[in-house]
Structure formats: structure tokens, C-alpha cells
Design a protein around this ligand. Structure first.
Ligand code: SF4
Length: 541
């Protein structure tokens, strides 16, 4: 066996050993091993009880453990048998081949800076302006955008063509008072004719499905806790969340001009008219920060704090800046994507006043999900911020809608060109209402190793992470931070996560049930993708 193949075999054996283990069977209340035994002895009875995903997981594991994973390709690259210039030239042929594959995929996804897409969006914008009787000056006024945030089905029906399922989801959301918000600007980014093409991920981002609304309203009606991240248990005082030694989150506002369906704070995000937080609570939170000298960094987020006016933001940053031990103020905002006109002169003056290299840093952490969200308006707002020597970072949530082969690489490329540094890629949380968005952990790991790895280093600066409720991020690339411990009959893996401080404290590990790889591949297949492109996914753990 080739050493590389042996390595895959060792990994598969390690996974098999954790799965066929009494301790894990007890914790998971399931036994893949027992199920295999029954399948062998009573196939008629047990085959209907397992999904193809379960069988494939086991099949690939056993093949891998026996050195039959089927990769890597059996002949070594030719340049390894050559030397000097001959080797270099041969390697160039190989690398050119890799580069052409990347470029081919990039062409599929498009970017909001492309002429054709800009023109199409211009037509939607004209229609929206006519509908709201607005002018070009109105369009570029962030207050006008916020005033005209779309919260009902009616304008959407008039302005773009909606599918039956989209209408049903939006109608139910309206009836059940599950808020959805779309700025006129963000609506203009949608493909007006269909859910396909450049508007796919944009519609998915803001149109709640019927199932989502049902689950959320059921949870609300029955008082079910939706605080998946256990924020209540990490909040020492109202408006503050603290999970790490030196940084905490300050939430002065609980609404966003655009609500992301998969938001992990969906239980806390309110409609724009209900988003205000009592000023006394924010003041108490700032006083709490002032009294804790260990805190060196504050992430001001929410909701989207840049929905607030300059006066409020100015006073807030002023107060935080005066706290001697605060070295950095991050502003977590999606406004660059939803209402880029918000970056006005007044806001830039506030940034300039408080950002002093060598003393105190202001920085922006934004949330771009897809290259089609990168538009001339976004680039212009980033340019203005960067001219104040302020850095802009991106936190992407890795969802079904940006998980295709090289799709996130394309995002990284356009982010970097636009002056934004990729910072984190978040694995989607395990909440049932957001099942449509979830992607198996194996896919994010595959993306990192087989796609991101091919990019220039400065483009792939983001770290894929999984956010453990109450405890915070663990890095998905590290074997020592997580392991699969069971495969369930529906083909989903149960992972155990070891939190960031688990070598320092006796914190509890966190067990997480992932979405089945087989289901994910079937969905890609139904969407017209070639699942052979993802064939090594079974060997990422
Ligand atoms: S912008 Fe951020 S806080 Fe607001 S809904 Fe989206 S993910 Fe949630």
C-alpha cells in the first residue's frame, strides 16, 4: 500500500474504533455495529430501518480501512520523476491544470461586479424606485432604505416573480408574525425572473420557507427555548455575551434591516420598530465593561448596530474608547451588504476620531455570503472605510447556498479584491428550523483541503470553525478538537467536540448530530450538480 493510502486507512480505522466502542454506544444510545450485525442476519427486517446514507458511510469506511478508498490516483505526478528545469516545467503543466479547473468553476458562480448582472439589477432598481415613488437621491440615502424595508408579501409580488413555495413561506411568515426584512437595495440584487442563477443565494438568505415559519412559530407559541448557543448562560449582564477571556459582545440594538433566515440569534432578532434596547441597559453594560480590566476588545453587534443613527453610534464608541483597557472596538455589521449607503461622512468621521494606530483600533467585521453580493456599491463603501486605515474582515456562514465546489473560493477571491479579509467560515448550527441551510462538516473540511488550499495564501485567510454552545469556537481542521463517534441509521454522524479550553479545564465535550452526507449529495444532484465532484467527502471526518 502506498503511504498516502495507508494514511487514509489509518484514519478510517481510527473512526471505526470510535464508532465500535461501548462507551460511545452508551452516550449516543445507538450502535452502528449492532445494526450491521442485524443487517447481516435479518436483512429483510433491518434493511428498511436504515438509509442508503448509513450503508454508504460504513461501506466507504471499510473500503478505506482496507486501502481501497480509490484515491489518490495511482500514478504519481510525472514531475516527481524529473529534476531541475524539466521538473519545474512539468509541474507548471500540472499547476496550470489545477488553475483551469478553478477558473471553470468561478465562471459558474458570477459576481456582482459583472456588467451583465449590474445591468439586470439596474432594471429591478428602477422598478423598485417607481413602486415606492423614490428618486436616485432617495436610493442612496440609507434612511430611505431603512424606511422602505420590505416586511410584507405584497411589494415582493409586484416587483419580482415568486415561486409558489416562496409565496407560501412569506405569506405564512406574515400571518404568524415571524419577521422578515429586505431592504430595497437587497431586493434589487435578486434575479427578478427566477430563483436560479445569480439571485439564488440572495433569495435563500431572506425568504423564510413555510417549514421554517412553522417551526419558529411553534417554538414561540409553546415557549420552547430557541437559544441554541446558550447565550443566556454566557450573559453576565443584559446586552453582554462573554465566552472568551479578553473579548466580549455588546448588543445595543436587536434588529437588522435585513433578517437572515439562518441567524443563530433568530430568537432575539426583532422587527425594526421593536429593536431598540433601553439606553439604561446599554449604559449599565458599558459600566460593567469599564469595571473589568481584563476586557481588551469589544464586539459591538446585535442586531445590526449600524442601523442606529450617527449620534447614537458616536456616543457609544466615545464611551467605549474612553475605557482605558479597551484596545479594539469591532463593529459587527451586515450593512455593507444590505444598505451600503449607510457608510456616510458622519460615520466615517466617528471612525477617524477613534481609530489611532498604536493606541486604539476600530475595525469592521462584516458578513458577505456570496460573490454576487459584492457590488459596486459595496466596494465603494469598503473603499471609504479603508481610506480611514480601518480594516474590514468577513465572517461567512458555510450554508448549502455557498457550499458548491469552489463557490466559497470565488467569494474569498472577490472579497480580497474588494478590500475585505476572509476571517471565519462558520459551520451552520444544528437547529431544526434551519435544516435547509445545513451542510455536513465533512464538506467544509473537504473545501478547506481540496479547494481553499489551492488559492494564494492571502486569499484563504479564513478559519473554518464550529461554534460550541456556551463555550465558543473550535477549529474544524484539528483532529484533536473533534471526532465522529457514531453513525445513525439515517446516515448522520454524531461528532464529539472538545472545546478550546478542554486541555486546561474539565469542560464538558459537546455531542452534535450532523446532516447526512448522502442527503447533501442527493440535494446537490437534484440541483443539477455532478456529485462525482465531491467523491472524497466520505473520507473527511
Ligand atoms: S445580519 Fe447578522 S444578526 Fe442580523 S439577521 Fe443576519 S446574521 Fe442575524
Amino acid at each position: 500500500m502506498h503511504l498516502i493510502e495507508k494514511n487514509t486507512a489509518k484514519e478510517c480505522i481510527r473512526v471505526l474504533k470510535t464508532i465500535i466502542r461501548t462507551e460511545n454506544e452508551c452516550y449516543c444510545k445507538a450502535s452502528a455495529f449492532k445494526l450491521l450485525y442485524h443487517l447481516e442476519h435479518e436483512p429483510r427486517k433491518y434493511l428498511p430501518k436504515v438509509s442508503p446514507g448509513f450503508l454508504l458511510e460504513l461501506l466507504f469506511l471499510l473500503k478505506g480501512a482496507n486501502g481501497q478508498a480509490g484515491f489518490p490516483r495511482y500514478s504519481p505526478p510525472k514531475f516527481l520523476s524529473l529534476s531541475d528545469r524539466d521538473a519545474a516545467l512539468e509541474r507548471c503543466i500540472e499547476l496550470d491544470r489545477y488553475a483551469s479547473v478553478i477558473e471553470r468553476y468561478y465562471e459558474r458562480y458570477g459576481c456582482g461586479l459583472e456588467k451583465g448582472i449590474i445591468e439586470k439589477r439596474g432594471a429591478v432598481k428602477a422598478k423598485i424606485l417607481a413602486y415606492f415613488k423614490g428618486s436616485e437621491a432617495d436610493w442612496q440615502d440609507y434612511r430611505w432604505q431603512i424606511k422602505h424595508v420590505i416586511t410584507t408579501l405584497k411589494p415582493l409580488e409586484k416587483l419580482i416573480s415568486l415561486t409558489g413555495a416562496e409565496k407560501a413561506g412569506l405569506r405564512l411568515a406574515e400571518e404568524q408574525k415571524v419577521p422578515f426584512h429586505i431592504t430595497p437595495y437587497y431586493l434589487s440584487l435578486m434575479n427578478p425572473d427566477s430563483r436560479k442563477g445569480f439571485g439564488r443565494s440572495i433569495r435563500a438568505q431572506v425568504f423564510p420557507s413555510e417549514e421554517y415559519v412553522r417551526q419558529v412559530s411553534y417554538a414561540k407559541k409553546h415557549g420552547q427555548c430557541m437559544d441554541f448557543m446558550g447565550e443566556a448562560s454566557t450573559s453576565p449582564i443584559d446586552c453582554i455575551t462573554r465566552r472568551y477571556p479578553q473579548i466580549l459582545i455588546l448588543k445595543p440594538y436587536n434588529a437588522c434591516p435585513q433578517i437572515c433566515v439562518y441567524c443563530q440569534r433568530n430568537w432575539e432578532i426583532k422587527s425594526l420598530s421593536e429593536g431598540d434596547v433601553a439606553s439604561s441597559k446599554v449604559q449599565e453594560a458599558i459600566a460593567w465593561i469599564a469595571q473589568n480590566r481584563h476586557i481588551s476588545e469589544v464586539l459591538v453587534t446585535g442586531g445590526d448596530p449600524l442601523t442606529l443613527g450617527n449620534g447614537y453610534i458616536g456616543r457609544l464608541i466615545d464611551k467605549l474608547s474612553k475605557i482605558r483597557h479597551i484596545e479594539r472596538i469591532r463593529i459587527g455589521t451586515r450593512i455593507l451588504v444590505t444598505n451600503p449607503f449607510r457608510i456616510d461622512g458622519g460615520l466615517l468621521d466617528i471612525f477617524r476620531k477613534h481609530h489611532a494606530i498604536g493606541k486604539k483600533e476600530i475595525c469592521i467585521v462584516t458578513h458577505v455570503q456570496h460573490p454576487t453580493e459584492i457590488t459596486p456599491e459595496l466596494v465603494e463603501s469598503v473603499r471609504k472605510i479603508r481610506e480611514c486605515s480601518i480594516k474590514v474582515y468577513n465572517q461567512q456562514v458555510f450554508t448549502y447556498y455557498n457550499s458548491k465546489k469552489f463557490e466559497t473560493c470565488s467569494l474569498r477571491r472577490w472579497l480580497k479584491v474588494s478590500g475585505i479579509d476572509p476571517y471565519y467560515s462558520f459551520n451552520m448550527k444544528g437547529k431544526q428550523e434551519t435544516i435547509d441551510f445545513r451542510v455536513p462538516i465533512a464538506r467544509i473540511e473537504q473545501e478547506r483541503k481540496e479547494e481553499a488550499r489551492l488559492l494564494p495564501g492571502l486569499e484563504r485567510t479564513d478559519e473554518p470553525v464550529f461554534n460550541v454552545p456556551k463555550l465558543g469556537k473550535v477549529h474544524l481542521r484539528a483532529w484533536q478538537d473533534h471526532e465522529p463517534i457514531m453513525i445513525l441509521p439515517d446516515g448522520s454522524r454524531i461528532y464529539r467536540f472538545y472545546p478550546w479550553d478542554s486541555k486546561l479545564e474539565l469542560t464538558s465535550p459537546y455531542d452534535y448530530t450532523d446532516v447526512p452526507i448522502y442527503d447533501y449529495l442527493m440535494r446537490l444532484n437534484a440541483d443539477g450538480d455532478d456529485v462525482d465532484d465531491y467523491q472524497t467527502i466520505w473520507y473527511y471526518f
